[in-house]
Design a protein around this ligand. Structure first.
Ligand code: IPM
Ligand code: MN
Length: 347
């Protein structure tokens, strides 16, 4: 669709602070001048509690027809035991990632003033459709003393290669041209071997990108004590999940962390969501930071080809952070809506 046209976007506000931060993201997109034709979908823990439905097949089919999906957060309050663990995670979030083939989970980080990784810029490319998340496994003799639970990790050459290729392409277009594979190849010798060989093979097509390897446990130390060493990190689904929470923490908190669940082949919509969850404890208090949702909307604009608007939103977020977060310790947080207004005004 040419720039200036209207884009069709499905909006899933979800639970807790999800709808609040999503509203600010949409406010900012509107202020950027990009016109969206939005369709709101009521999905998440609340929707499940009232209807017993996680994601109807017909809704999934409808979602395939949009150019993008903007999601706030889904999940019940911490300690809620009425919804079995995994119901929404597997039934909604992961189902969307798998069914829509959102094979890259792109998570960019910029250290805010006062953060451990202040001034550092790096991106994590997390494989998003395989690994332990594929759900391979099961129980044998469940509930007996002889019980066995297995949880496999699926790593296909195709799945690893398309993710690694995406990461190389990204690294090639950045200033530092560095790509680090993070895995645990000294213990996960089958999957780690496949990842390393794939990285080496694909590297032939990207001679300008310097490659490196870190074990995941070492990467946890480096993210804390030498975060500037990273440019692009590529890693499997579970390591990427854990590393991006740590990356969020060292760059200022996951209130800033955006993500894009991408289908780079563009056979359907991609999904954009903040890394944080529903945070029911602060829902409705105006204390939720909408910057992660706003930055996720900037990633969406970029994906929709609205690069100018995406740049302006990213710069507005950067400018706001530079002006308001002199020290992470005395964060002068006004309110969710006031932050959205301030970003919108900067456009
Ligand atoms: C994330 C979340 C999800 C994940 C959960 C909610 C299924 O933690 O997006 O990082 O593990 O991928
Ligand atoms: Mn996570």
């Amino acid at each position: 669709m040419p720039s200036g046209a209207e884009h069709s976007v499905a909006v899933i506000g979800g639970d807790g602070i999800g709808p609040e931060v999503t509203a600010e993201a949409l406010k900012v997109v509107a202020a950027s001048g990009v016109r969206l034709e939005t369709h709101a979908y009521d999905l998440g823990a609340q929707h499940f509690a009232t209807t017993g439905e996680v994601l109807a097949d017909s809704v999934l089919e409808e979602l395939r027809g949009f150019e993008a999906i903007l999601l706030g957060a889904v999940g019940p309050p911490v300690g809620d035991t009425t919804i079995p663990p995994g119901t929404l995670e597997r039934g909604l979030l992961l189902r969307l990632r798998f069914e829509l083939d959102l094979y890259v989970n792109l998570r960019p980080f910029t250290g805010v003033p006062g953060a451990i990784a202040e001034g550092c810029h790096f991106v994590v490319v997390r494989e998003n459709t395989e690994g332990t998340y594929a759900g391979e496994g099961g129980f044998l003799r469940k509930g007996t003393p002889q019980e066995i639970a297995t949880q496999g990790s699926v790593n296909t050459r195709m799945g690893v290669e398309r993710c690694v290729r995406f990461a190389f392409g990204l690294a090639e277009g950045r200033d530092r041209h560095r790509l680090t594979l993070v895995h645990k190849s000294n213990v996960l010798t089958f999957a780690g071997d496949l990842w390393q060989r794939t990285l080496d093979d694909v590297s032939v097509d990207f001679p300008g990108v310097a490659i490196d390897y870190n074990h995941v446990d070492a990467a946890c130390i480096y993210l804390v004590d030498q975060p500037s060493r990273y440019d692009v990190i590529v890693t499997d689904n579970l390591f990427g999940d854990i590393l991006t929470d740590l990356a969020g923490a060292v760059t200022g908190g996951i209130g800033f962390a955006a993500s894009a669940n991408l289908n780079p082949a563009r056979t359907g919509p991609s999904l954009f969501e903040p890394v944080h969850g529903a945070a029911h404890d602060i829902a409705g208090t105006g204390r939720a930071n909408p910057l992660a949702a706003i930055s996720s909307a900037a990633l969406m604009l970029e994906h929709l080809g609205e690069t100018d608007a995406a740049d302006r939103v990213s710069k507005a977020v950067g400018g706001y952070i530079a002006d308001h977060y002199q020290s992470h310790a005395d964060d002068p947080f006004p309110s969710t809506a006031a932050v959205g207004d301030a970003i919108a005004e900067r456009l």
